[in-house]
Design a protein around this ligand. Sequence first.
Ligand code: PEP
Length: 252
Amino acid sequence: MLIAGNWKMHLDARGANELARGVMDATADAGPVQVAVCPPYVHLGALSSTLKNSRVRLGAQNMHSADKGPFTGEISASMLLSVGCHYVILGHSERRQKFGETDASVNAKVKRALRTGLVPIICVGEHLRERSAGAEKEVVASQIKFALEDLKLVAPNALVIAYEPVWAIGTGKTATPGQAQEIHALIRSLLVRQFGGEVASGVHILYGGSMNPGNARELLVQPDVDGGLIGGASLKAEDFGAIVEIAQSVSR
Ligand code: PEP
């Protein structure tokens, strides 16, 4: 199980440090559950020191696909690695919707992240209109296919997928456990086809979309739900810690 917090564009330096310390305390006894926080870029260096010697890993929320160059305002995978990042979220729906992220750019970023030694958390998920039209499987399968195009994977822990139905992000609406499991099983089958059963069975497939301490258990007990990507509830150490505790209690 992996529980990762996406802090989005929240918190100043002091608030980020306080939350990191809170998460560290709240998740100290998480047993086999892997824990990560993904703060805004500017806090990564400082939090790397704060989280040193703790079980909480650091992730970024995006990166550029090039390693360096004339890309004002952008950040590369090697920079993220050099400040202690383990994970990088790629293709989050907010980036696809608001910043022009495409399947092709996600694929280029995934390749760069893997080559550099970062673990990409690749986000996929359908819009409400697509689910209403019964097209959710088609949409997610296509996003997975493009994100993983030309990619070889030898170790399951080199990659994480997050299924995040867009209509459930920040809305308080959550996919039902059955809806989540159905899409997670589809994603697993696509991973099996591309990487083989042994690798695919070990890839963490996270659910994201208004997960909180009240609904985490019913989602996390699903056989193909291997954790959560948590937005709103990751901004309170107590709630995030409670989700990690639930993950620990249902850990496989
Ligand atoms: C997210 O943005 O990745 C997310 C899951 O947000 P929330 O938990 O707030 O829906």
